[in-house]
Design a protein around this ligand. Structure first.
Ligand SMILES: Cc1ncc(C[n+]2csc(CCOP(=O)(O)OP(=O)(O)O)c2C)c(N)n1
Ligand SMILES: [Mg+2]
Length: 810
């Protein structure tokens, strides 16, 4: 029988259970817990002896997780943190061997399905996207969203996973999406350490779930410490569930059901989880299970020892209250098992863990040794006739005697050998060059692939459809073009939802969604609280469960309040699971110049640095924005769309196919042809550049203007670089700080597109001042690039190249 079968087959309180069945379940639980403990002990040893780099384990948290696993059903989700190995083993979502494969960073999704060797140990995930980009049937599997190391960072995602069940239960139009939900009967289980409840993301999530009334079950593993910092310095009253009492549902309104239970009391834990999760699942009431009196037998992680900061008394208390020690005692006292039987079980479990560890290690070592063997043979052939035989042999013996070698040792040796033999061409050397090229390809796949889902469903492969205009095409406010685009998409695809601050009743502050809540209902166009981080998390959870969210951040300036979720969680999701998970969230926001310090933001340098893993769209007007939404809503990758804040009331023509035409990602457009200088700009700054054209013409300068349209991907057809063949001069104009978005563009054109070789004048950037713009039109004029600034900057470049033709301005 598989080791998890008993555990997950039935809850422990089932009335029909015989004492024998009951005993079997308990003993099986203990075995899983004990094996998990042995994995922690052995895992730590593997780090301390150098086979693995770092270890953080779930020892001291085993028993509560056995109880939680009993309540976890197919279709359910977990969003948790690094202490949950016992839960993962008990549910069958992970195995001991996978645990060790991840500890050793085995870069193979067959060995470490959670991350393909990319994540630190005890970072879990199940895979729900297959190689062709198809969703698996999540309703038939237990599901684990991919962990991140930032403590508390997973909370916003947890909210979204739970919110999906609410939509699946309440919105009958979603019944066709059967592989994601059975009538919203799923619970999203969250786990978090006591210390991490001090994070803002925890409180923001907690409040939002109380408002939304979603089936979210948060377990707090409370071991009274967060590394060295005790509860006294973390939590008001040193008791998080006490502090959260005000969230308890009562006659005044909806809220949470709050439970508190000891982490070493197996029976109480099983009862609590059964009760709490039943309520959560059936009635969609969020629950908090505060599990107290947990311990850390080995301290926080392999990085240090807890003897440094825990008192002798505390350490003695922890030893006595070790949950497995307590469970063992209870089992013997209750005649569930005898001393001899449990000793035998433990000896067997130890052996099993040891074998799993050895197998995981051997599997990786065999691969690496095989590569080493190939290289040593090739090096031998090169060394024999070489002038550098001595040095080559030294390299070879270095590799042979390397303790626990990795791929870096083999590849590093090859690269050094090729440098040594630079003047000794031979067939043998050519073979080595060929080996390195092939290995580089494999290593790229192992270590660098899947920043994006990169499946046939990628937005990059969405067919390009041009906008069509009838002769009598209506001219309207830009916001109305967007509105028509959203309307058509909501009609077409029932899985699309939009939410954010003021998005619902008034249809967003600029009315892109105006009237759509009335038409499609408030489950699809929804107002939220002011909580940017969880708006993104909400989008992430929905997108992971097959819905198509447009998560709106009211202004670009407020994106910073969600940047941790965007950067740590959303942007890294595909990469950190090596394509096993995806969340095609479309983040909609509006930015660039308008008024004042917090309504004029254009921090593209910051964004480009933070969210590699999202497409970044900077449409110059609402028609282009609409085309981008049409593309993104048909693809499977996440994106950020930054509309022009000052563009909603500018007039645009309504395409007849407003919900169908697509703007391809990464395709730059030449807005005006010219021969003298290439000017690259995006967003609202582009309009300033276009306005400068007549003045520049008066000065005898004919500029070429290019709109890259998306900053990631950037101009994949090298339109900018090609333009330099004609103009040999380059100016980049944007509203970010100097060295921000413009520096990124410069790198792309000068380095990646080889523009350097085509220039006959210094490439330049024109950006905003280094501070945010003051309020008022003068503040804008003196802080952001103006038409005058563009004209003068272009003129000066022309002057530098040809002072005779373009004398100094002043
Ligand atoms: C955002 C963030 N801040 C700090 C850290 C460093 N760090 C890792 S674990 C940890 C302590 C967490 O304590 P707690 O939440 O109580 O969980 P425990 O490890 O005790 O189970 C800290 C500070 C981190 N990983 N992420
Ligand atoms: Mg703790």
């Amino acid at each position: 029988m598989p080791e998890t079968a008993l555990n997950t087959a039935t809850g422990i309180n089932s009335a029909e259970l015989s004492f024998d069945d009951f005993k079997k379940i308990v003993i099986n639980d203990y075995r899983i817990g004990y094996e998990s403990r042995q994995a922690s002990l052995l895992g730590r040893r593997e780090v301390l002896t150098g086979k693995a780099k770092f270890g953080i384990f779930g020892d001291g948290k085993e028993v509560a997780q056995l109880a939680m696993a009993k309540a976890f059903k197919k279709g359910d989700w977990r969003a948790g943190y690094y202490r949950d190995q016992t839960f993962m083993f008990a549910t069958g979502m992970s195995t001991l061997k996978e645990f060790f494969a991840q500890l050793y960073a085995h870069p193979d999704i067959e060995k470490d399905p959670a991350s393909g060797g990319r994540q630190m140990n005890c970072h879990y995930a199940t895979r729900y996207v297959d190689a062709d980009g198809n969703w698996t049937n999540q309703a038939e599997t237990m599901n684990c969203s991919a962990d991140i190391s930032t403590t508390g960072g997973h909370m916003p995602r947890l909210l979204g996973l739970a919110y999906a069940s609410k939509l699946y239960r309440q919105n009958k139009e979603l019944e066709y999406l059967k592989q994601f939900s059975v009538n919203g009967n799923e619970v999203a289980f969250g786990t978090i350490g006591n210390g991490s409840t001090s994070e803002g993301l925890f409180f923001e999530t907690f409040n939002a779930a109380g408002v939304l009334q979603v089936p979210m079950a948060i377990s707090i593993w409370d071991d009274a410490y967060a590394i060295s910092v005790p509860a006294r310095l973390q939590t008001t009253k040193e008791d998080i569930s006490e502090v959260l009492r005000g969230f308890q549902r009562d006659s005044k309104g909806n809220g949470y059901e709050i439970f508190k239970v000891k982490g070493w009391d197996y029976v109480a834990l099983c009862e609590t989880y059964e009760r709490a999760i039943k309520l959560c699942r059936e009635e969609h009431v969020p629950v908090l299970i505060h599990v107290i009196e947990m311990t850390q037998p080995q301290g926080h992680s392999t990085s240090g020892s807890h003897e440094r900061y825990k008192t002798k008394e505390r350490l003695a208390w922890e030893e006595e209250h070790d949950c497995l020690v307590q469970m063992r005692k209870w089992m013997i006292q209750s005649a569930i098992i005898t001393d001899e039987e449990i000793d035998a079980l433990e000896a067997e479990a130890k052996k099993h863990v040891r074998n799993s560890q050895k197998e995981a290690w051997n599997e990786l070592e065999t691969e690496i040794k095989e590569e080493m063997h190939q290289v040593l043979q090739m090096l031998d052939a090169i060394a024999q006739p070489s002038q550098h035989r001595g040095d080559l042999q030294k390299l070879m013996s270095g590799l042979q005697t390397c303790v626990d070698p990795g791929r870096k040792d083999t590849v590093g040796t090859v690269r050094k050998a090729l440098r040594l033999t630079i003047n000794e061409p031979s067939d043998a050397r050519n073979s080595l060059v060929g080996w390195l090229a092939a290995e580089n390809d494999k290593n790229k796949e192992r270590y660098n692939s899947k920043l994006f889902s990169d499946t046939p469903k990628s937005p990059l492969y969405v067919p390009v459809i041009a906008p069509q205009y009838t002769d009598d095409a209506k001219v309207m406010d830009g916001r109305e073009v967007l509105n028509a685009c959203f309307d058509a998409n909501f009609e077409r695809d029932k899985s699309i939802v939009a939410f954010g601050e003021d998005v619902g009743a008034i249809g967003d502050v600029n009315q892109g969604f105006a009237g759509l809540q009335g038409k499609y209902g408030d489950l699809r166009i929804t107002d939220t609280g002011i909580r940017e981080a969880t708006i993104i998390g909400q989008g992430m959870g929905l997108a992971m469960r097959g819905l198509r969210p447009i998560a709106e951040i009211q202004y670009l300036d407020y994106l910073l309040y969600s940047i941790t979720v965007l950067s740590d969680d959303l942007a890294s999701l595909s990469y950190r699971t090596r394509g096993g998970q995806r969340a095609p969230v479309i983040v909609r926001t509006r930015g660039h110049r308008l008024e004042g310090i917090w309504h004029s933001g254009s921090p593209l340098g910051l964004i480009l640095g933070a969210v590699r893993g999202l497409h970044i769209c900077v449409p110059r007007n609402m028609t282009q924005a609409a085309g981008m939404y049409n593309t993104l809503l048909r693809g499977d990758e996440p994106a950020l769309v930054i509309e022009c804040l000052n563009g909603y009331r500018l007039k645009e023509k309504l395409p007849a196919n407003v919900g169908e035409f697509t703007v391809p990602l990464g395709k730059a457009e030449i807005l005006k042809e010219g021969k003298d200088i290439t000017v690259v700009s995006y967003g609202s700054a582009l309009r300033v550049v276009m306005e400068a054209i007549p003045d520049l013409e008066k000065l005898g300068i004919n500029i070429e203007v290019i709109d890259p349209q998306t900053l990631y991907p950037f101009d994949t057809d090298n339109i900018c670089g090609a333009s330099l063949q004609k103009t040999n001069k380059l100016l980049i104009v944007d509203e970010d700080l100097p060295g921000g978005g413009s520096a990124y563009i410069l790198q792309k054109i000068i380095e990646a597109q080889n523009g350097y070789y085509l220039l006959d004048a210094q490439p330049q950037t024109l950006s905003a001042a280094e501070h945010r713009p003051p309020y008022g039109s003068d503040g804008d004029y003196f802080s952001k690039p103006s038409v005058d600034d563009v004209v003068e900057k272009v003129y000066r470049i022309m002057h530098e190249a040809n002072p005779g033709k373009y004398p100094a301005l002043f």
